[in-house]
Design a binder for this molecule. Structure first.
Ligand code: PAF
Length: 292
């Protein structure tokens, strides 16, 4: 369904529109993104559409969450294509601020995520989650959404944001949305477009490895062995270079000792210049599949 969508670039204009809607009692669902939209984002919008009166999507490639030498410049961007996809998906207000609008001043105040940010991507990308929380808090304050939608592909990000919202009484609920995959199992990601043809053909090895790992977990195989098996499977069956593979409790992201209800098996693999992440959440009460 194609509906009317308003594109706004300024915080003031966005808040003016939202204030009017909120006064009239409308519930606001929020989908924060960095753009180059794909079906994963469309699923977030679909859920937001179902449970709210107004759907706001932000598109902002946040410089604060990229470290030196990371792919900030190479991150794919296409504002025109994104606006058309957002409209088709049912977004009411598309917020596309410039870096100057989002970060006009830096007074030096920092938000420091806790221990959940020290493992997995946080260990490989120091400061990454500081930058994520910085922009997410700003966006939550700007939009003041009733519900905010995040994909499970970034399961660590989601867990850290859930903790942030709980610890700081932020007034939005956080809605977890399952990973969306291509037919061959590769998790949808804006970065997939940067893969060469050969890398794209090899990349589904990540989900295959995670599935193997989940089966081993179900059989009671040790954490070390599972992590080794996954790394070996990926390196033997592709040109991918392992960044990390790790099995931890979820959402605490502490060492797995069998006492929590859920575990995460997560990995990051580099194909050429493109770093891909994926995970599966496994329950001790019967496991959820990789596509969850
Ligand atoms: O997941 C993302 O796309 C980004 O990390 C987010 C949450 C939009 C913050 O920039």
């Amino acid at each position: 369904m194609t509906i009317e969508m308003t594109v706004v670039h300024s915080i003031e204009a966005l808040q003016g529109m939202l204030d009017r809607n909120k006064r009239e009692g409308r519930k606001v669902g929020f989908v924060p993104t960095m753009g180059f939209l794909h079906e994963g984002h469309m699923t977030l919008v679909k859920q937001a559409r179902e449970h709210n009166d107004i759907v706001v999507m932000s598109i902002f490639v946040n410089p604060a969450q990229f470290g030196p030498g990371e792919d900030f410049e190479a991150y794919p961007r296409d504002a025109k294509r994104d606006a058309s996809l957002a409209k088709e998906a049912g977004v009411d207000i598309l917020f596309m601020p410039t870096p100057e609008e989002m970060y006009p001043l830096d007074g030096g105040v920092r938000i420091l995520p806790g221990p959940q940010s020290k493992v997995l991507c946080g260990a490989s990308r120091p400061g990454h989650f500081d930058g994520v929380l910085k922009v997410v808090l700003k966006l939550f304050n700007i939009v003041d959404p009733d519900r905010s939608y995040f994909g499970m592909k970034d399961a660590q990000q989601l867990a850290i944001i859930e903790t942030f919202v709980r610890d700081y009484n932020l007034r939005t609920s956080i809605e977890r949305v399952p990973i969306v995959r291509d037919q061959d199992g590769l998790a949808k990601s804006s970065r997939n477009v940067n893969l060469t043809e050969m890398e794209r053909a090899e990349a589904p090895v990540i989900q295959q490895a995670l599935k193997k790992g989940a089966l081993l977990f179900n059989k009671g195989v040790s954490v070390d062995e599972i992590e080794q098996e996954i790394a070996a499977f990926i390196t033997e069956n592709s040109s991918g270079i392992m960044d990390y593979v790790s099995l931890l409790s979820y959402p605490a992201l502490t060492e797995w000792d069998g006492s929590s209800d859920e575990a995460i098996l997560a990995c990051a693999v580099k194909f050429g210049k493109t770093r891909l992440i994926d995970n599966t959440i496994m329950s001790t009460k019967g496991w959820l599949t990789c596509s969850e």
